[in-house]
Ligand binder design. Structure first.
Ligand SMILES: [Zn+2]
Length: 438
């Protein structure tokens, strides 16, 4: 039994020796565990940051913060509206009272800006580094011109100058067969409305737009288009050439500058397309040709009805078909509100059923060809809005549509030679534009 305690004591000693290892191992293990936990928490932390960064709401907030930081330079655009004044527009700007005063003063000094119109584009450039922010601004006067105001750094005032916008001029060739109306056929081709109106105005001297245009008649046209840097059509210019083919007869017109800044349209023989009187004294662009084939709604086409009727929407402007003096502007019984014009010792014209008269149209007033004398209506003996137009020759009513009037100007001599050169140039241009189509 002695052995046992001994044995026991030696065992205890051995255990004590081992315990040092035990503690060492324990401490090491503890260290490893702690460091692992720490590592994991670090990974988790960075995960959390990453996920919160990709969080949509935070992203939005960040974006908003950056957006709300005022950039150094900013631009504000504004388009004038009905009722606007320069003061109202300037007051919309986020600048001091003092600066507003200076801006307004600068605008009012500029002669070309006397009248503020609707749809004028304003563009202000700000330098946000200074308390007086506006460094430059411009105001569009029309589609091709603008006034630029730049701050003179020496005295803080604005210097203004008129500038031409940089537009490229393009020549466009279009041709089509008229299916239903000239207007619709042209619009379908992508021709702008003001070009079609001008086309109809030019042909209004020789064409009755309600009766002369038939299905399958055709036209060709060359006109100018203005293109901006983004390749958008900003404006249309002049018609260079046109041909209206009616029942296989060509009615051509060439633009020709016969004196500096004096432009007119001539046919291929150098005769002005302008006549003493117009065949269609309203813009014929929108007139449909079907109307002429019907009978007059009330009077019918009898011997009594010696005028020509143009069915057009109420309010369509009616033009004086030639220069002259107004001999009547008032009520004509069956003719409703009517206007009579004496053009010369031979010719008079009558316009009936008007809804109202043009500005300043009264007995004794002088009118120019193309001037608006009234608006289409349905007054008097009439069932629908139309213009009743009469031409009186030497006191007798005649058929205005059969009237053959001499043209205004006929180019002769040297003038004619120059016109021929200009005509050839246009013909060459036309064949070039046509060849590009194919
Ligand atoms: Zn009539």
């Amino acid at each position: 039994m002695f052995f046992r305690p001994k044995m026991k004591s030696s065992r205890i000693t051995r255990l004590k020796e081992y315990s040092i290892f035990f503690w060492l191992i324990l401490i090491t293990l503890f260290g490893v565990i702690i460091s692992t936990i720490y590592k994991n928490s670090e990974i988790e932390k960075s995960h959390k940051i990453k996920s919160s960064l990709s969080n949509i709401y935070l992203k939005k907030t960040l974006k908003e913060i950056t957006n709300n930081l005022e950039p150094r330079y900013t631009t504000k655009k504004y388009i004038s509206q009905t009722g606007d004044t320069y003061e109202i527009i300037i007051n919309k700007l986020d600048v001091s009272k003092e600066e507003k005063k200076l801006l307004l003063k600068s605008i009012l000094k500029e002669r070309t800006l006397k009248i503020l119109r609707v749809n004028q584009m304003f563009e202000f450039k700000f330098d946000n580094l200074y308390s007086k922010k506006v460094m430059q601004f411009k105001i569009q006067t029309d589609k091709k011109n603008e006034v630029l105001f730049s701050k003179n750094s020496a005295n803080g005032e604005f210097n203004s100058r008129n500038i031409k916008k940089n537009f490229k001029k393009n020549l466009v060739y279009k041709e089509t067969i008229i299916e239903n109306s000239l207007y619709n056929s042209a619009i379908n081709l992508g021709i702008k409305a003001n070009v079609i109106l001008e086309f109809a105005r030019l042909y209004g001297f020789q064409v009755d737009f309600q009766r002369d245009i038939w299905k399958n008649d055709s036209f060709q046209i060359i006109y100018e288009e203005f293109i901006n840097e983004d390749n958008n059509v900003v404006d249309t210019g002049e018609i260079i050439f046109a041909n209206l083919n009616l029942q296989d007869t060509d009615l051509q017109l060439y633009k020709y500058e016969y004196e500096e800044n004096k432009i007119d349209y001539f046919d291929e023989n150098g005769k002005s397309i302008r006549k003493t009187l117009m065949k269609t004294p309203i813009n014929g662009a929108r007139l449909s040709s079907s109307y002429g084939k019907r009978k007059h709604p009330i009077l019918g086409y009898t011997k009594m009805h010696t005028g020509t009727d143009f069915a057009a929407p109420k309010g369509t402007p009616i033009m004086a078909s030639g220069d002259g003096k107004i001999t009547k502007a008032g009520w004509c019984g069956g003719g409703g509100n009517c206007v009579k014009i004496k053009h010369n010792s031979t010719y008079q014209t009558v316009y009936a059923h008007m809804s109202k008269f043009g500005r300043g149209i009264k007995k004794g007033a002088r009118v120019k060809q193309g001037q608006i004398i009234g608006y289409v209506g349905s007054t008097g003996l009439s069932t629908g809005p139309h213009l009743h137009y009469e031409v009186i020759e030497n006191g007798k009513k005649i058929n205005s549509q059969k009237l053959k009037l001499p043209s205004g100007k006929v180019l002769k001599g040297e003038e004619r030679k120059r016109f021929e050169v200009s005509k050839i140039k246009i013909d060459v241009l036309k064949s070039n534009l046509i060849s590009k189509l194919n």
